[in-house]
Write a protein that binds this ligand. Structure first.
Ligand code: HEC
Length: 157
């Protein structure tokens, strides 16, 4: 008899604590859903470029093309085709009228400067690739990619 009531007591204790766990969970869920005291886990302190919706799409498409140009450059280096790699770097990462126009339309001075430095590094990469020196080319590619990383750390759309 004593044993039975002990078991009953134990079962009750377990079910009450399960219930209170559930209640706590409910209230946390409620807070999360309604944003009470909720701070974003990571704050985005980068400078916004305040682009129009159209410019946003245009800029992102440009960026995706830059990423693909880096991929193509790497592939051509792996295939020992340094001349074609140099062409890709020059046309797609280097300085040209289309790129300059794009960077200027963004309308932020620091962005423009970073954009120009980036495209200059693209031209430098193209020049280095022409020499066929793999190590020097990889170093030049690193310099270009350091520009990508630097701007991404500073700006958001
Ligand atoms: C002068 C500034 C600048 C440089 C240089 C730059 N980017 Fe970007 N990129 C941006 C900004 C701003 C965004 C938008 C980021 C955001 O809003 O979070 C972006 C976004 C992107 C995206 C996301 C595209 C999408 O569709 O979501 C990719 C990929 C990207 N960049 C690749 C590159 C690569 C690769 C390079 C270098 C070869 C590069 N970028 C150089 C400013 C730059």
């Amino acid at each position: 008899m004593i044993k039975r009531s002990l078991i009953m007591f134990f079962l009750m204790a377990v079910s009450t604590s399960a219930l209170s766990d559930e209640t706590q969970h409910e209230s946390m869920h409620h807070k999360m859903k309604h944003g009470m005291n909720m701070k974003p886990l990571v704050e985005d302190n980068r400078i916004s470029l305040n682009l129009s919706p159209k410019m946003k799409q245009h800029q992102l498409a440009n960026m995706r093309a830059h990423l693909d140009a880096v991929r193509q450059t790497i592939l051509l280096m792996a295939e020992n085709d340094f001349n074609s790699a140099s062409d890709v770097a020059s046309k797609q990462l280097g300085m040209n009228k289309r790129m300059m126009k794009m960077c200027h339309r963004i309308g932020n001075e620091t962005f423009k400067t970073m954009g120009m430095t980036f495209h200059e590094s693209g031209d430098e990469l193209a020049k280095t690739l022409k020499t066929g020196d793999l190590q020097a080319s990889l170093r030049a590619l690193n310099t270009t990619m350091t520009s990508c990383v630097g701007c991404h750390a500073t700006f958001r759309q």
